[in-house]
Design a binder for this molecule. Structure first.
Ligand code: CU
Ligand code: ZN
Length: 503
């Protein structure tokens, strides 16, 4: 019991508390001592070294971005502005099969985009990665998934278009064990990408079983989000069942206009699996466009027959986001190159890759707004950005996801309630990924907090100008310390590596 004589390090006064559980909000002050919430209630009489006035504001648990690709970014740009400005206090990295270890295989994919300072590399395994996060201390917390594509590169080298040998499966399984022992939260796949797209269900289930033995999550960018969406969800659920992992469907969507509406069926399949007792959930970013590598668009035949994992997309719906070798291409549509070069879309895309390099990323308009709302409103959906904040025109989700939901989908359109939205951003992900002491506002929990104005909060990041912070979200606190104060990054570097189930 706290009394008026208590002295706190920080008091957040007068806010309306959304505690992360989805319950009704309450008015209360929050007392913080060290990195923890140590009092909730009327602290009018209490004193503190520092105070934040939250009257008229909502106070929520810091947001947990369950779908991050910032494995290297948190080390190369440890202030991680695009995240903390939108209220994110924890990222779960290692998604879509691309993990942070083993180092050489990870750097092959991420190294060109995120140049690390020499003193932080290389690391050994996931244990080494998490220790490196603790040493570098970014401005937010980092939990990690073990990525299948990365392990497959490490195990199989250049010969990828075949099933792995037993030794190679054992090699991958060994790294999953290393990661899970070190505190990774699960195992991820990216089955439209090289080399994961050559792997069959049995291979994935065999490797995932190691993560399942530790109670980990199986998070998957499925083989197909287009005309075979239903079969892909069924495969993910089957892998969960075989491996003992709980299942996380990454960026749940129906891609390509021929497939719009298919999320109704995929949501039913998720519901049916849950009724059978399986823990199946999903995540989503709130936009009708996605973003991926241009190489993957070609490999999945999305500009031609459209029977691959992305469906059929038109050149006019593809925007160049990040183009390392030809930054002047960023912001242009693929259709403009088709016109300029008088080439079919596929050939124009290949020429862009030849000129600008393998690491060209695009934004693709591929989803239906009705589907986005249906998925967001569903109780199995939590929130993740899938942000890739490189180049001059990255997908605006890297900066705008959370305020966009709170402003557009909660306040302006009423798709979900504010308490539901907060739950999808905090308590639900903390439970799923076993982030102990995170995700809720309660006494004894870590003081990861975000203060925002429900009447004004909104994203400002657009396709034309995608790297801008939101408005109406003035304060973000990580481990008891403000990292955003009055809308400004404080340069505090107080984040930690989070290890599964450990405080
Ligand atoms: Cu992803
Ligand atoms: Zn993905």
């Amino acid at each position: 019991m706290n009394t008026s004589h208590d002295r706190f390090d920080l008091i957040i006064r007068g806010g309306t508390i959304y505690d992360g559980s989805g319950g009704e909000p309450v008015s209360a002050d929050i007392g913080v001592t060290g990195d923890r919430i140590t009092a909730l209630g009327d602290l009018t009489e209490a004193a503190a070294a520092d105070e934040i006035d939250a009257s008229g504001m909502a106070v929520a648990p810091g947001f947990i971005d369950v779908h991050s690709h910032d494995d290297f970014h948190v080390l190369s740009s440890p202030d991680v502005e695009h995240n903390v400005y939108q209220g994110i206090t924890t990222v779960v990295v290692g998604n879509c099969g691309f993990g942070a270890a083993p180092y050489d295989a990870a750097a092959e994919r991420q190294g060109e985009l995120y140049a690390l300072p020499p003193e932080v590399k290389p690391w050994v395994g996931y244990g080494g990665y998490l220790d490196t996060v603790d040493r570098v201390k970014p401005s937010l917390n980092v939990a990690a998934l073990v990525g299948h594509n990365t392990l497959r590169v490490d195990a199989m080298g250049d010969i990828q278009q075949v099933p792995p040998s037993i030794d190679q499966v054992t090699h991958m399984a060994g790294w999953v064990a290393e990661g899970m022992e070190a505190g990774a939260v699960g195992f991820s796949t990216g089955l439209i990408y090289e080399p994961g797209r050559y792997s069959e269900t049995d291979e994935i289930a065999a490797v995932a079983t190691v993560a399942g033995g530790y109670g980990g999550v199986y998070a998957t960018h499925m083989r197909n989000e287009a005309e075979r969406l239903v079969q892909a969800v069924e495969e993910a659920i089957a892998i969960g069942q075989t491996s003992g992992c709980s299942v996380q469907i990454s960026h749940h969507k129906a891609s390509g206009s021929d497939n719009w509406g298919a999320v109704e069926r995929s949501l039913e399949i998720i519901e049916a699996a849950r009724e059978r007792g399986l823990d199946v959930t999903a995540d989503q970013y709130p936009y009708t466009s996605g973003s991926t590598r241009l190489v993957a668009v070609l490999q999945n035949g999305a500009l031609t027959e459209g029977t691959g994992g992305i469906g059929r997309v038109q050149a006019k719906d593809v925007l160049l986001a990040t183009s390392p070798g030809r930054p002047e291409y960023e912001g242009r549509s693929l259709a403009s190159f088709v016109d300029d070069w008088d080439l079919p879309a596929e050939d124009a895309a290949q020429r862009i890759i030849d000129e600008a390099g393998e690491h060209v990323y695009v934004v693709i308009f591929m989803m239906d707004e009705g589907d986005v709302r249906r998925v967001l409103a569903h109780p199995t959906t939590m929130i993740g950005t899938d942000g890739i904040p490189r180049g001059s025109k990255p997908h605006p989700r890297a900066w705008g996801t959370y305020p966009r939901i709170l402003g557009k989908y909660v306040r302006d359109e009423g798709v979900i309630s504010l308490q539901d939205a907060v739950r999808k951003m905090s308590g639900m992900p903390a439970d799923k990924f076993q982030l102990a002491g995170r995700g809720y506002i309660r006494e004894g929990a870590f003081a990861d907090l975000v203060v925002f104005d429900p009447a004004t909060v909104i994203d400002t990041a657009t396709y034309e100008d995608p790297k801008t912070p939101p408005t109406g979200m003035p304060h973000v606190i990580v481990n008891g310390v403000p990292v955003v104060r009055d809308g400004r990054h404080t340069q505090a570097r107080v984040g930690r590596a989070l290890r599964r189930g450990r405080e």
